[in-house]
Design a protein. Sequence first.
Length: 338
Amino acid sequence: MVTEDEEVKNEISFYNMLKEEIFNFLPLELKNILLKIDPKELETIEEIRLRAGKPLMLESCSGSWFVNQRGRLEKNCTNEKVVFQHEIIKAFELMSQNSIYAFLEDIRNGFITLKGGHRVGIAGRVVVEGGIVKNIKDMSALNIRVSKEVRGCSKKIMKYIVKNKNDIYSTLIVSPPQCGKTTMLRDIARNISNGIKSMSFNGIKVGIVDERSEIASCHKGIAQNDVGIRTDVLDGCPKAIGMTMMLRSMSPKVIITDEIGNSGDMEAVMQVINAGTRIIASAHGYNISELKTRKEVLGLIEQKAFERYIVLDNSQGPGTLKEVIDGITMKGVQQDAS
């Protein structure tokens, strides 16, 4: 049980993180308004939205909030702080340490990652040459996604993933958007890599193919999130290519990647399975039936690539365990009351 003193310490720690890793990269007026917000109201913040000519907004698990000039959060627009384009451009200059060219490859992908693992999505005028995105200019919006490590969030599902003290089941985590599957993958990676003393599970080598820099949240190649002591990360690498590279170069016992279902993913996953390596991945979906409507995932189901399907929802908050399906029999696995 978390004590009141521990809750206060966590609140202060999270608020200090926001100031140091995000607010300090914003123009002074925006920064000062955000610093006026009650720290308790920032505990569940997920996104900070800057849109040119529109109100400053925060997104949290309780919905969308407008930020007024006094640092109050409101459901309706009154005396809101309007964000100007020059503030967006200035913010991005601060985030890139006035070296936008050094981040050009990330910009082409539509986002950059700050120290601490916070991902900043970019919108604006896209420069395309020969069908390839070359740059994003005249930036009109930034979406700062606050990175949060929820240590222990995978505790309830590890018993369905661990096979024995040295092995795991290849597993697909299924959930609708914003139900915690990426956060869950991150904690699973840490547990598998470090080992789980209470389950007598020895840590094994983990390879993360982090196409969108969301699992390990690398900054300049270094993981900002704790993904375990035996973990190697390929950051910003397409999943299908990355899985092959990881197999050839790092000899992982398990490969972890996010949001499979695109063309080429099935072949790459089967290559991992056929190499004797386990895989843990995630996919968007509300249930197994919905997954079967997607060609790439249906092929993996039919080939019994995954030994476990773990379905999440947010009925009791993000990451709620809904059901566990055996990948061989496609029947539900009995869940413990705990």
